[in-house]
Design a protein around this ligand. Structure first.
Ligand code: PRP
Length: 187
């Protein structure tokens, strides 16, 4: 899906399809070099990271395994603890593996911080992360993202896996949603 298909609902494009492709290729080239000769497992968190995982894995020039996890976070950004629970676990044993987490966005940093700790706790040989997007202004935990994509402002961004109410995940770029859409009015 392209912006033209949902034009009245989008305020503006933030990162184009071409910019995403270029950045993913750049990071994939670096990762292919850094992990040459190593057994690497890509781990992504459902559902938002699926598009990034697909594009990124295909851009690599090394063989990788892939696995997925579904997490839910409660109270992130509110007064509660921001506790994270596993909805659906990995099917792989991560013990002794080199893990690269592939995320669509790091916002508060709670999800990634929890996941990196958890995978280390399970005995991974190394754990690093690639995040296509980061929202530095919302960061609460200073988690280390080794492979970086784009920094975005604190706006309602959708597309390339990111949703509003499960919509716009299949938009081929990253865009800012018009406030009318999430404030309940008609676009
Ligand atoms: C998003 C994103 C990250 C997390 C980042 O997932 O995919 O996993 O939030 O936020 P944080 O840095 O504040 O922890 P979300 O919970 O929206 O689920 P989804 O991927 O299914 O859309």
């Amino acid at each position: 899906m392209q912006i033209a298909d949902v034009q009245g609902e989008i305020d503006h494009e933030l990162v184009s399809k071409e910019q995403i492709e270029r950045k993913i290729k750049e990071v994939a080239d670096q990762v292919s070099k850094d992990y040459a000769g190593k057994d690497i497992l890509l781990v992504s968190v459902l559902k938002g990271a699926v598009n990034t995982m697909a594009a990124f894995s295909q851009a690599l020039s090394i063989n990788v395994s892939m696995d997925f996890m579904s997490l839910s976070s409660y109270g992130a950004g509110t007064s509660s603890s921001g506790e994270i629970t596993v909805r659906q676990d990995l099917s792989s044993d991560v013990k002794g593996r080199h893990i690269l987490i592939v995320e669509d966005i790091v916002d508060s940093g709670r999800t990634l911080d929890w996941l990196m700790d958890e995978l280390k706790r399970r005995g991974a040989a190394s754990v690093e992360a690639f995040a296509l997007l980061e929202k530095p202004s919302r960061r609460e935990i200073n988690v280390a993202v080794k492979y970086k994509g784009f920094e975005v402002p604190d706006e309602f961004v959708v597309g390339f896996g990111l949703d509003y109410d499960e919509r716009y995940r299949n938009l081929d770029c990253i865009a800012v949603l018009r406030p009318e859409v999430y404030q309940g009015g008609q676009a």
